[in-house]
Design a protein around this ligand. Structure first.
Ligand SMILES: NC(=O)c1ccc[n+]([C@@H]2O[C@H](COP(=O)([O-])OP(=O)(O)OC[C@H]3O[C@@H](n4cnc5c(N)ncnc54)[C@H](OP(=O)(O)O)[C@@H]3O)[C@@H](O)[C@H]2O)c1
Length: 270
């Protein structure tokens, strides 16, 4: 029998989700609440987190708003103190969903500004590292815990014009796998979900702007997008697709899975 054989199901657990004010992070936070977790929600914009909090409370679960920049080491430390005081010292699930895409104008290495590269690495890699530095020791002491990092399919291959983003998501895989090897003996798992394009508000706006600029419908822009990427299933992700993979890893199905990457991209990385 291993340390996590007595792990409770998702119900009555404390989860922390970063990037929970919008997009996949918000959808994941609400889904974990539906599954019975009380959920700490972290992001920079308090108003955005308030909306997520309202949805969580409507499900009868507790929530704790942490208005924090994941790039700020001391702010993350302070937020983790607040979270652990709120949860009675427990941390059962950590989902690192906060992330930024970085420059989107196809800047090549040489054109890409160092400050932009640094900002992407600080948010997408150093941020998850900071959160894990605080919560993995807690999970190890408990003898169970699930860390789920949200990577991206650009971290499964190279991507011209997206070097900072691709590098950050590649590096997140190394961080996740190394963590899995370090904490496995304590019954703690660490895995990564690597989505392709997700139809969140920010992406929908990009597709709408492009459609308007070209005088075509959004459907035409989307169709061209999935064709250009060679998406086998010829569709982009909804947040529900990402949520399903996270739920699986956070739930019973993920009990004996660690150091793995689930690519949720409709079949681009095949
Ligand atoms: N959308 C896609 O096509 C796609 C594809 C593959 C992977 N992903 C990844 O999926 C994850 C979620 O992104 P999304 O596109 O679903 O949603 P999103 O709407 O872009 O949400 C990202 C969230 O991260 C938070 N965030 C950004 N920088 C932060 C910082 N320094 N500190 C704290 N929070 C920060 C933002 O909130 P604040 O601004 O309030 O801080 C925002 O709520 C990201 O890691 C992203 O890289 C997205």
């Amino acid at each position: 029998m291993s340390a996590n054989d007595h792990e409770p199901s998702t119900a009555n657990r404390f989860a922390l989700v970063t990037g929970a004010g919008s997009g996949s992070g918000r959808a994941i936070a609400i889904a974990l609440a539906e599954d019975g977790c009380d959920v700490g929600i972290l992001g920079r914009r308090t108003e955005a987190l308030e909306e997520t909090a309202t949805a969580i409370r409507a499900l009868g679960r507790r929530t704790c708003i942490l208005s924090t920049d994941v790039c700020d080491e001391s702010a993350v430390a302070a937020a983790m103190e607040v979270f652990l005081a709120w949860s009675g010292g427990r941390a059962d699930v950590l989902v690192n969903a906060a992330g930024i895409p970085g420059p989107l104008l196809g800047e090549t290495i040489g054109e890409l500004k160092v400050k932009d590269f640094d900002a992407v690495m600080a948010t997408n890699l150093r941020g998850p590292f900071l959160l894990m530095s605080h919560l993995l020791p807690v999970m190890c002491r408990q003898g169970n815990g699930r860390v789920i990092n949200i990577g991206g399919n650009h971290g499964m291959r190279g991507r011209a014009g997206r070097a900072s983003y691709a590098s950050s998501k590649w590096a997140l895989r190394g961080l996740t796998r190394s963590a899995a090897l370090e904490v496995g003996k304590h019954g703690v798992t660490a895995n990564l979900v690597a989505p392709g394009a997700i139809a969140v508000d920010r992406m929908r706006q990009r597709w709408a702007d492009q459609a308007e600029a070209e005088g075509v419908s959004e459907a035409v822009v989307l169709e061209r997008y999935v064709q250009s990427l060679g998406v086998a299933l010829q569709r982009t992700n909804d947040t529900a697709d990402v949520v399903a993979a996270v739920r699986f890893l956070a739930g019973e199905g993920g009990r004996n899975i660690t150091g793995q990457e689930i690519v949720v991209d409709g079949g681009v990385i095949v």
